[in-house]
Design a protein around this ligand. Structure first.
Ligand SMILES: *Cc1c(COP(=O)(O)O)cnc(C)c1O
Length: 460
């Protein structure tokens, strides 16, 4: 007797497409289109778990409430409890300001069930992602052979690059170097990567300009023993102050000692597309690995980090996962993005960025980045002009860190809270050298000089 096919009515109800799901599709597209058209989008504000329990506590039930009601719950309650990181006056941390094209295409990626980990399964998507990676590699001046993949964020990008650096030394020499050199200004993800790798992070002292230099690096390497290091991390745009390390002299020292040269451009790497500041990145073309987050200053939606290697086979050797059920993929010479980083399953998260590049053209990117640089220069001038404010450190990029004379930590926090309460802006305090300060990070082309004036006025 033949087995009966198992297609229960419940399964069909969830996965089938009928009039009801068609209407829901229209509602979802309407919501997305309206959200993207909001100008400006409301800033919104967080709510407490108890407040959210009160409106959404029992949302998951045995029978379900239907798509339209679930969408309403999100639209009317949960969405309002999420800050809009693309608001022109969201200037905290590093905002995210996707182009309309990139944000819209993210819906397509979600609808398409593409497996982005292997060429076999996602060739078209991987091809497009590699094209976008090539644009970045060209901006950095990396060789034709350079390549990598899009990963979740700078944290995974940095970790993946450092793992490749260490495995490369181990494969070549059998040694087990256990140190990474960087500056105190490098991003917290570098310390986190070292912790995951059980590696010691050695800080290289910096001068008044806060930049890592080859001379200081060389001294630290000689003092500590260069053979104990497997990588040096230079930052092309520190997160807090926008400092670009002296990549040229650092590259020369890395070459001298044969140490892997990683450049973390998660935030600042986008400036490679801006002719007015391109000279600050001289030396980046000598990097063994390089990252930039398109979800920061390259106008892609979360979560998207471009990870590039000068010599991709080294990364492939370090990261390819081997298993009987994967042999069909890994025994071929195909380009499988998953082989170049931590992680196996991956969303084709570089596609929205690719789509926007194709649609808008790269000149539009250059113009948008230059525009944010002009607004940042305006903000710095405007701070200098006001007698109650003071620039802390001139930035190469679009972060502006400044002090309000006479204020202590509580004043900054109360001002920041008030700003959000009044829905006038989201600007959280930062600190540098133990002092609480104000900080703008401007990556949104829709942030205007008027926005800056309004916020600075509120500190008078
Ligand atoms: C933001 C940032 C990171 C971390 O990137 P995520 O995408 O947040 O994981 C790393 N390095 C620098 C310099 C950054 O600004």
């Amino acid at each position: 007797m033949r087995a009966q096919p198992v297609t229960g009515p419940r399964l069909g109800r969830v996965h089938g497409f009928n009039d009801e799901t068609k209407r829901l599709g229209e509602s979802i597209l309407r919501y997305a289109a309206e959200r993207l058209a909001l100008d400006p989008v409301p800033l919104d504000s967080p709510r407490t778990p108890a407040e959210l329990d009160a409106v959404a506590g029992g949302a998951i039930s045995a029978k379900g409430i239907g798509g339209q009601s679930a969408l309403e719950l999100f639209e009317d309650e949960l969405a309002l409890a999420c800050l809009s990181t693309d608001h022109p006056r969201y200037l905290s941390f590093i905002p995210c300001a996707p182009t309309r094209e990139a944000a819209m295409f993210d819906l397509v990626v979600g609808a398409s069930s593409i497996y982005g980990g292997s060429w076999l399964e996602g060739a078209g998507a991987v091809y497009a992602e590699n094209q976008a990676l090539r644009w970045i590699a060209n901006l950095a001046g990396l060789p034709e052979s350079a390549g990598g993949g899009f990963v979740q964020g700078g944290t995974i990008g940095n970790l993946s690059a450092l793992v490749t650096a260490r495995e490369t030394v181990r494969a070549r020499t059998g040694a087990r170097p256990f140190r990474v050199a960087s500056t105190p200004g490098s991003h917290s993800s570098i310390a986190s990567a070292c912790q995951v790798m059980d590696t010691e992070l050695v800080g290289v002292p910096v001068g008044d300009d806060l930049r890592l230099t080859g001379a200081a690096l060389r001294q630290v390497l000689l003092d500590e023993g260069p053979e104990s290091f497997f990588a040096v991390v230079a930052t092309a745009g520190t997160t807090n102050l926008g400092v670009i390390d002296d990549l040229e002299s650092v590259a020369a020292v890395c070459e001298e000692f044969g140490i892997w040269f990683h450049v973390d451009g998660a935030y600042g790497g986008a400036g490679l597309a801006a002719p007015s500041i391109r000279a600050n990145y001289a030396g980046v073309e000598r990097a063994d690995s390089f990252i930039v987050d398109p979800h920061k200053w390259l106008f892609a939606p979360f979560d998207c980090c471009a990870l590039l290697y000068r010599d991709p086979p080294l990364a492939r050797a370090a990261h390819t996962q081997h298993a009987s059920y994967l042999d069909v993929l890994t025994e071929k010479p195909d380009w499988n993005p998953t082989d170049y980083s931590i992680g196996l399953t991956r969303r084709a998260r570089g596609l929205p960025f690719w789509f926007s590049l194709v649609a808008n053209g790269t000149d539009a990117y250059t113009e948008a980045i230059e525009g944010t640089l002009r607004v940042a220069r305006f903000a710095e001038d405007e701070v200098s002009r006001r007698d109650y404010l003071e620039v802390v450190h001139h930035s190469d990029l679009t972060v502006v860190v400044f002090r309000r004379l006479g204020w202590g930590p509580r004043d900054y926090q109360q001002w920041s809270d008030r700003l959000l309460e009044r829905q006038e802006g989201f600007v959280v305090p930062t600190s540098h050298a133990g002092e609480t300060l104000a900080r703008f990070a401007i990556v949104n082309p829709r942030t205007t000089t008027d926005d800056i004036v309004v916020i600075l006025d509120s500190m008078a």
